[in-house]
Write a protein that binds this ligand. Structure first.
Ligand SMILES: *Cc1c(COP(=O)(O)O)cnc(C)c1O
Length: 427
């Protein structure tokens, strides 16, 4: 496998972009080697600039649930483009995508479109603070909600109740109201509510954690968050930017039958173009300007190309048995990798919810960041490189989710399982 052209491009890219990339997770720093430069995507495949073909399980980090360049999504974008690429005024497409999203997530009564997941979570938290007239928020260690200042806190092994910024440039004052609890640990949440009575505006949670690798909620965890926030008059925000249309077509809220007050979306709802959204209870959403006083705006929000791509992608998901097929294919992959590892005597923890999965190289069951971070990054790097050599493109980090699309046929899944078996055989 030659990657001469990628090497050349990366050399130049490093003089143009910090680290040679426009988003840090793309840089392969956690697995060694260097990023591949992509020429095109088609269905379940990525093609790099050296003509190598890979089965893609990154899918642009989640959005491409109908695969690369689906003809119907492409046609929708092309048709929209001929009518102009942005109006800065309302268009009927916004209503269509809003109603489509709401048909999958009936708990959302009103919605506001933005351009990214980061904007969605940032805005939802501003709204929760405006609505409750409280300042403090709770997030969970290991959960990612975009790169807004107030959310760049993990706390790590430090005192869990004291939010310390994860990045220079985030003033300590900006995160002083960001409290951090442990995922799947209701006691850690109760303790914060006890410590800060009537001060907590919201809990924001990835209802299935995906940004530390896939960590499902333990039974009762999400129910507990719902009960605690209801009792305290705090807003429960499900950040379903990743899980929306991924763990279930109705998101984690449908899968676990929990009604959050607000939901944030992104990724899939843009059909591969930049879209985010936040929505939920009418009473709360009516606080948003110009209906209410909470200000939030966007020059390109509701962009007609992005709306068209999202509408087309969600329509494809309405096809008969679409979810059953996706879930079955993901289950086949999960079982195949787990059994290949077990035959080779390599201890892994294979997690999966719907179309999201992670192979943790660990003997510890992952339930939160503390049990996730013990996974062996070196072994994962080895697995990643071997899979790449065998034509399978995984996310270049132990702590990320893999995704499948409607284009991942059983034959493609079986090829992937064979690649994993080969990787473990030559371990
Ligand atoms: C990807 C992601 C975000 C951020 O979305 P961007 O579009 O990258 O800004 C926020 N929350 C979750 C759960 C995500 O997975």
């Amino acid at each position: 496998m030659s990657i001469t052209n990628s090497i050349k491009l990366f050399t130049e890219a490093q003089t143009l972009f910090p680290g040679g990339v426009n988003s840090p997770v793309r840089a392969f720093r956690a697995v060694g080697g260097q990023p591949l430069f992509i020429e095109r995507g088609e269905g379940a495949y990525l093609f790099d600039v050296d003509g190598n073909r890979y089965i893609d399980y990154v899918l642009s980090w989640g959005p491409l649930v109908t695969g690369h360049a689906h003809p119907k999504v492409v046609a929708a974008i092309q048709q929209a483009a001929t009518r102009g690429t942005s109006y800065g005024a309302p268009s009927p497409l916004e209503l269509e995508l809003a109603k489509s999203v709401m048909s999958f997530m009936p708990n959302i009564e009103m919605i506001r479109f933005v351009n990214s997941g980061t904007e969605a979570t940032m805005s939802a938290l501003r709204l929760a603070r405006a609505y409750t007239k409280r300042d403090k928020i709770i997030k969970f260690d290991g959960c990612y909600h975009g790169h807004a200042d107030l959310l760049l806190v993990q706390a790590g092994s430090g005192v869990a109740t004291l939010g310390l910024p994860d990045s220079p440039g985030v003033p300590a004052n900006t995160v002083k109201d960001t409290l951090v609890a442990d995922f799947n640990n209701l006691d850690s949440v109760e303790a914060l509510f006890k410590q800060y009575p009537d001060q907590i505006a919201a809990i924001i949670v990835e209802p299935v954690a995906g940004n530390m690798g896939v960590v499902p909620p333990l039974p009762g965890f999400l129910e507990g968050l719902r009960a605690i926030t209801s009792r305290a008059g705090s807003v429960l925000i499900f950040d379903e930017v990743m899980t929306g249309f991924r763990v279930h077509f109705g998101g984690a809220q449908a899968l676990y039958n929990i009604q959050p007050d607000l939901t944030t979306l992104g990724k899939v709802i843009g059909g591969g173009l930049p879209v985010g959204a936040y929505g939920g209870k009418r009473e709360i959403m009516q606080m948003v300007a110009p209906s209410g006083p909470m200000y939030q705006a966007g020059t390109l929000a509701g962009n007609p190309l992005a709306m068209s791509a999202g509408i087309a992608a969600l329509n494809l998901l309405r096809e008969e048995n679409c979810w059953e097929k996706l879930d079955q294919a993901a289950g086949r992959l999960e079982a195949g990798i787990a059994s290949a590892a077990s035959r080779a005597g390599i201890p892994i923890q294979q997690t999966r919810v719907g179309t999201m999965f992670t192979t943790f190289f660990s003997e510890t069951k992952p339930v939160d960041w503390n049990t996730v971070k013990v996974a062996d990054k070196i072994l994962f790097g080895k697995f990643f490189q071997k899979m790449l050599e065998n034509g399978v493109y995984l996310a270049p980090s132990q702590f990320e989710s893999g995704f499948i699309s409607t284009m991942h046929t059983n034959a493609i899944i079986d090829k992937t399982i064979a690649a994993a078996a080969e990787a473990f055989r030559t371990w």
